[in-house]
Design a protein around this ligand. Sequence first.
Ligand code: 13P
Length: 254
Amino acid sequence: MSLRKYLVGGNWKSNGSMAFAKSFTNDVLNKLAFDPKNVDVVVSPTNLHLPAVQANIGNNVNIATQNISLTGPGAFTGEVSACMAQDAGIRYTLTGHSERRSLFGESDADVATKTKNGLMFDMTVLLCIGEQLAEREGGVTNDVNARQLAAVREQVDDWSNIVIAYEPVWAIGTGKVATPEVAQETHAAIREWLAANVSKEAADGTRILYGGSVSDANAAELITQPDIDGFLVGGASLKPAFHQIVAACNEHKA
Ligand code: 13P
């Protein structure tokens, strides 16, 4: 079992409504059964729905933005900067989600700058990395992850507020979850990269989450792996199944 505190994140992506944000917070998030000493729980609605969750949440659940700006405040229409998120009481952000990388053209360097910006404003950053199917099949998974991490290493020395979310792109939204063995092997390689390129403390202390088709049916088995420190959940984070995923992590840690 991992020695690190677990973290379970729920990434709502571009889903939800005001009514859903309120009812899901009251009916599911506020009833999650976990000890915050064992598990951090972080939910990431759209920026529009975030205040409705924030106003109704009462269960040690944290809130994250799904993205933050490359820049500070100013004439950057449509962007929300890290300092605004901090001002709004938001202590977590995602960066580098594969949908941001592939659909919105974010480069490794962009993701690194966004990560640095979040850290600069005291946020814990859930840095998403992961390979495409062709890269997995081509045997270059560890190289892809190393390249994405190295871009962040160029801009960030202190990794103590980074959580890595390993999300193989072929597993996202497909129902094709990585096997516990495949996820464990890749997480171990990420930890080796941290030891070689950041520090032994970062390798031992950084939480590495798995993401990609995590559900109430597979969470309990995945969480038994020693280098899996929690999950970043998409589709199932919008459903009551999120309760079972958080409970599986809490029970395994307890
Ligand atoms: P799914 O859990 O829907 O596969 O999405 C994973 C994800 O992208 C979380 O960020």
